[in-house]
Design a protein around this ligand. Sequence first.
Ligand code: M6P
Ligand code: ZN
Length: 176
Amino acid sequence: MEPKFCKLDKILAPFDKKIERKLKDIKNLFMDEEKAEELDQGMIIYEVYEMENFDINCALTLLYPGKVGKEYFMTKGHYHEKEEGEIYFCLSGEGILLMRDREGKIKDIKLEKGVVAYVPPEHAHRVVNTGNEILSFLAFYSRYAGHDYKSIEKEGFGAVVIEEEGKPVIKRGDLK
Ligand code: M6P
Ligand code: ZN
């Protein structure tokens, strides 16, 4: 097995996989789906550059600033298929890391440059960009963890982050 490396410039390069999520791919995540329909469906909400390794993957996510109505742009969010945690390292921007345990309890960590956050196993995780610039962060996770998006699609996340009086507010409850 050869050691390998990527360099972090604007992207993690060379990368093994790039994922681009456009509004049309995730519009059903937002509370105001009608509003989402009115916006440019080809707009990129976030990009992920992944370095795949033997056991631990590393991914850089660039989450663009913006809102659908009052709700900030965010990632899809997922549980892991295996009981594995994940480490986030925020490089730039401002945001919130939302976590949801299997009982639906919501926890959150504010993200800004330099924050290192641990997502425990059995916690769904989603990142929300609450600032005016790109929110960029690295994530480190087991290659075998797997992404379970279905549970969130079925149950909803149980919290949304919206702008109220110019500030981000987390609304908990039986929301999307
Ligand atoms: C981080 C990691 C990746 C994930 C990405 C985007 O980089 O958690 O595993 O793919 O964020 O999040 P999502 O897959 O929920 O859209
Ligand atoms: Zn994950």
